[in-house]
Ligand binder design. Structure first.
Ligand code: RRO
Length: 309
């Protein structure tokens, strides 16, 4: 069968498909289930200093084109995840800890303790769109650089950044400069497309409660935005920083498109929430079928090779 394994920052993943932070990965039971599933890694929910219930419900809504969420960082708090990580490493697949924070000071506090728990990689989330009154750090290059500087020296495992979608090449360039100055080991893009609005015309109402219905968009509808960001950063770094592609992966062909644009691995959010853990085996079969039909034996054979006209 086609080889779907991949390597990111020297860490081997048995398959290139894993959950996106936030999707079925808050509780111990959910993380164990990811360990026992066909996922190629276990990614934790983005964690904060204190445990959080998150925003009021309804806070997630799925629709044919994708999803909107304003979860508000519900999580167990970093100390609980630090205790869980050694157990989670038993499943023969990498554990990625997603670190967030409600203010800049939280990031180094969490990073130091989580690093001591030795996950295989740490992803620093610069792009949560759903904290009322808090803009996304990733849209402020100076704030991003401050946070990166403060955690970089504390993290000894491979360290990556979860980036928001950017919509202008000038922003890819300026963030590329920031990222290039700090020895970042991998990138993950995109987080949800922040502050969309979905309306139910029958009820004449928004579909989620927090922030007047505004929330992060995910799923099928965001794929072109995700592919553009993967491609743009792949080109900025000429393939030298490995990229996890996230956004709009619903089937194996979507994953193939991410790889062509430069993604070494792929995360799934909306489709995982909607379909459950069986999505991993389906996606692996579908991607293997596409690669075999095209004569590719591994992801490396087509990584970043999308043709320009
Ligand atoms: O918890 C959330 O509301 C959330 C987070 Br931290 C994130 O990074 N992305 C998202 O769509 N939702």
């Amino acid at each position: 069968m086609t080889d779907l394994s991949t390597t990111i920052a020297g860490v081997r993943f048995p398959s290139c498909f894993m959950n996106a932070a936030g999707a079925l990965c808050v509780t111990r039971d959910e993380l164990v289930a990811l360990g026992e599933s066909g996922a190629g890694a276990i990614v934790t929910k983005s964690m904060t200093v204190e445990p959080r219930q998150g925003n009021p419900e309804p806070r997630y809504y799925g629709f044919p084109g994708g999803s909107i969420n304003s979860m508000g960082l519900p999580n167990l708090g970093y100390q609980a995840y630090a205790e869980l990580i050694p157990d989670l490493k038993r499943y023969g697949k990498p554990v990625i800890a997603s670190v967030a924070g409600l203010c800049e000071d939280d990031f180094p506090t969490i990073a130091a303790i989580i690093n001591a728990a030795q996950p295989d990689l740490i992803e620093v989330n610069l792009s949560c769109p759903n904290i009322p009154g808090k803009p996304q750090i990733g849209y402020d290059p100076d704030a991003s650089e401050r946070v990166i500087k403060r955690v970089r020296s504390l993290i000894t495992v491979p360290m990556g950044l979860k980036l928001p979608p950017y919509f202008d090449p000038a922003h890819h360039e300026v963030m590329g400069k920031v990222i290039g100055r700090h020895g970042i080991d991998f990138l993950n893009m995109i987080n949800s497309v922040g502050n969309g609005l979905v309306v139910d015309p029958e009820r004449e109402a928004v579909v989620i409660k927090p922030k007047g219905g505004f929330g992060g968009l995910g799923g099928r509808i965001i794929k072109p935005v995700a592919l553009a960001n993967v491609r743009a950063f792949y080109k900025v770094f000429q393939g030298r920083i490995p990229i996890i592609g996230t956004g709009g992966v619903v089937d194996g062909v979507d994953a193939f498109e991410h790889v062509l644009c430069g993604a070494s691995a792929v995360q799934i959010g909306t489709v995982l929430v909607e379909e459950g853990l069986g999505a991993f085996d389906r996606l692996k079969n579908e991607l293997a079928t596409v690669l075999a039909r095209k004569g590719y034996r591994s992801l490396a054979d087509c990584l970043g090779t999308v043709k320009e006209l």
